[in-house]
Design a protein around this ligand. Structure first.
Ligand code: AR6
Length: 184
């Protein structure tokens, strides 16, 4: 599924983000940038040890923030590492922190002149964020960012892609996007 917002394409696909050819891919990291399972493990495995070397030098990243490294052996030139919240009960600023993780990643991408970026579904694996809610926050944040911030850039972001790991997750994101845009 794909929609256009001004001149930026927002697309939802099922796939493995380590295979993406966007200029940057986003990693769902932890605040120590220590690596782990899930998409974080997959990105470090596919990208090789150079990414972890850079992460060690940077040292850490607070929840809701983002840092950038080179992409090592990945097709993507950059990896933007962001840290989503651990979901507890929804009353611990989880929504704001999740939105911030997407927004800071996009801001970092734009500041580097990156034109295409792929996101996984941040926080909905090990961190336990219910995907129905998380997908709505993710999509609303991205759409809002494109509408308010991308237009003003000289070399704007052309593509934002969500790479969902299962058909089920893709369906949830598609339903959320339909609801947000009000289109069938
Ligand atoms: N491509 C795309 N999506 C993937 C891939 C992949 N190759 N592999 C997994 N996913 P998670 P979190 C999906 O747990 O919830 C790590 O240990 C997965 O199905 O990777 O933010 C970190 O070090 C799920 O939908 O990230 C942190 O400690 C989504 O990616 C912690 O987990 C996110 O699941 C972060 O937890």
């Amino acid at each position: 599924m794909e929609i256009k917002i001004n001149s930026t394409t927002l697309s939802l696909i099922r796939g493995d983000i380590t295979q993406e050819e966007t200029e940057a891919i986003v990693n769902a990291a932890n605040s120590r940038l220590a690596g782990g399972g899930g998409v974080d493990g997959a990105i470090h495995r596919a990208g090789g040890p150079k990414i972890m070397e850079e992460c060690r030098k940077i040292g850490g990243c607070p929840t809701g923030s983002a840092i950038i490294t080179a992409g090592g052996n990945l097709k993507a030139r950059y990896v933007i590492h962001t840290v989503g919240p651990v979901y507890r009960d929804g009353k611990n600023r989880e929504a704001g922190l999740l939105s911030s993780a997407y927004k800071k990643s996009l801001e970092l991408a734009v500041s580097k002149g990156i034109k295409s970026i792929a996101f996984p579904s941040i926080s909905t694996g090990a961190y336990g964020y219910p995907i129905n809610e998380a997908s709505e926050i993710a999509l609303k944040t991205v759409i809002d960012f494109i509408k308010t911030e991308v237009g003003a850039q000289a070399a704007p972001l052309q593509l934002v892609r969500f790479v969902l790991f299962s058909d089920k997750d893709l369906k949830v994101y598609e339903e959320s996007l339909k609801e947000i845009t009000g289109k069938p």
